[in-house]
Design a protein around this ligand. Structure first.
Ligand SMILES: [Zn+2]
Length: 334
């Protein structure tokens, strides 16, 4: 295993990662407020505050204007049907106008496939599908809301003793209610590495793209995987690439990240330089992987057109690929 290598990436490689979907929420996260139950209750009922209803991983979207936008409710709002009363409430923070924002978890068991009718207009749509079409600041607020509430839904019991846990700290902690325990849990974010592997330079440059069974037909993407206990991010990049494709990686350089609360990841993007090119697929992970030139990748068509296609434009995978298509990714010309 090569030692950790640090390399500076070119401005062209970094530029596509300067703005990513779900990043850049205009809220301060209001950490000092979280412990102040009285202030939270007052703000929750202040009509200037904004309430973001979340149902499963879906958010309330109004399609009537020229682009979809998020529907919120004023502070103090409550659903007419008591069965729809929020199961959890988390404070998201304050915006530049000082308004407090809250996420409300509408009970997952209520409503049909489009979610329950709250009387606010719009309909529930999965954030993962609609997020890229929303205004960037709203997509980021909704990502925070969906992420923290998904954590509550999946962590109702103490992982130490198995007793039920209760939310506190404005929805940013759960405390075990079991006897002689009281363990505290905080919202998790699971790091996943995603890497554009390349080899060679100039006209000989190739990048490694592959596809797992879950990708749409014809789509190839960067490799990715979860960071395991006891390894650095760079080691995770090297391990995932050699496990999935047999390709040995030398230098690894961090390029940028993307919140990915579906349900609880942050995608950590890297450029990685291959030291070998023979491919041995792990069929449990990938159906296909191969090396592609810049001309080949630039000629990929839209999804479903019959040839190869790339992931959605808002994905960090696509942004890493764009960075490589722009030219050398390492400042020393690799
Ligand atoms: Zn416990």
């Amino acid at each position: 295993v090569p030692p950790p290598a640090t390399a500076w990436l070119t401005a062209a490689a970094l530029a596509p990662l300067a703005e990513v979907t779900y990043a850049g929420a205009p809220l301060d996260r209001a950490e000092p407020l979280r412990a102040d139950a009285g202030a939270l209750k007052r703000l929750r009922n202040d009509p200037d505050s904004r309430l973001v209803p979340v149902w499963r991983n879906a958010v309330l979207i109004e399609q009537s204007r020229d682009r979809p936008h998020a529907v919120t409710a004023p502070g103090g709002w409550a659903p007419a049907d008591p069965a729809l009363a929020p199961e959890e409430i988390a404070v998201l923070g304050r915006d530049a106008r000082g308004r407090a924002w809250f996420a409300l978890q509408i009970p997952a068991g209520q409503g049909d496939a489009n979610g329950p009718a709250l009387g606010l207009g719009g309909r529930f749509m999965p954030l993962r599908g609609v997020g890229p079409s929303l205004a960037a600041d709203h997509a980021a607020i909704l990502a925070q809301a969906v992420g923290v509430l998904a954590w509550h839904r999946r962590h109702r019991f103490c992982p130490s003793c198995g007793a039920p846990s209760q939310p506190d700290e404005g929805g940013w902690r759960r405390r075990c209610a079991g006897p002689d325990c009281g363990a505290a849990q905080f919202p998790r974010t699971d790091p996943a590495v995603i890497m554009l592997v390349h080899h060679g330079r100039g006209a000989a440059a190739r990048c490694l793209l592959g596809r797992g069974a879950r990708l749409p037909a014809g789509m190839v993407s960067t490799l990715a995987g979860f960071v395991e206990p006891g390894e650095t991010l760079e080691e995770a990049v090297r391990r995932e690439v050699i496990e999935e494709t047999g390709v040995r990686i030398g230098r690894v350089a961090y390029a940028g990240s993307q919140p990915w609360p579906f349900p609880s990841s942050v995608m950590l993007g890297f450029h990685a330089e291959a030291e070998s090119t023979d491919i041995t697929l792990d069929p449990r992970e990938l159906d296909f992987a191969d090396w592609f030139s810049r001309d080949q990748v630039a000629g990929f068509g839209p999804p479903g057109a019959g040839g190869w296609s790339l992931p959605r434009g808002d994905s960090i995978a696509r942004r890493l690929i764009r960075g490589w298509l722009a030219g050398d990714v390492f400042v020393d010309g690799a």
